[in-house]
Design a protein around this ligand. Structure first.
Ligand SMILES: [Zn+2]
Length: 148
């Protein structure tokens, strides 16, 4: 699924669950973005020879596992934003689970779990729906209230 759609979904979940502080929003956006590090951090490290291309470091692997999910939520728990982090990380892992699958149980089991509902049209429609819903949710409250 497109990275922007993941982020929009995280924002939507934060709004729907009434976590309307800026810190909650940032925690969710950071959490939804962390699994993307396999594209933007790990892949270049493999390309330059700093990491070996094992199944743990491929796309949708360790960063998309339940272990990473738990670690990230625990880290945010200590900062007081566990629920927002949970929303954000879920906004990444659950759609990936349905659109191609993820290696949920790495490093213990390299099996890909999930479904392959991949379709450019379906993903585009879902992304468009998220954009509309997020824009609608943003119209329901003032920016000043959000910043508190
Ligand atoms: Zn992903």
């Amino acid at each position: 699924m497109n990275d922007a759609v993941h982020i929009l979904l995280a924002v939507l979940l934060v709004l729907v669950f009434r976590r309307r502080s800026l810190h909650d929003l940032l925690a969710a956006i950071l959490s939804v973005s962390l699994p993307m590090s396999d594209h933007y951090l790990i892949t270049p490290l493999i390309s330059f020879g700093f990491l070996s291309a094992t199944p743990i470091w491929t796309h949708r692997s360790i960063t998309h596992s339940l272990l990473a999910f738990i670690v990230v939520v625990l880290v945010f728990h200590y900062a007081g934003y566990a629920f927002s982090s949970l929303l954000g990380y879920s906004a990444h892992i659950i759609p990936d689970f349905f659109f191609g699958g993820v290696k949920l149980f790495l490093p213990f089991d390299p099996t890909v779990y999930g479904f392959n509902l991949r379709s450019g049209v379906v993903e585009s429609i879902i992304g468009l729906c998220f954009v509309v819903i997020v824009l609608y949710e943003f119209t329901k409250f003032s920016v000043r209230r959000f910043m508190v």
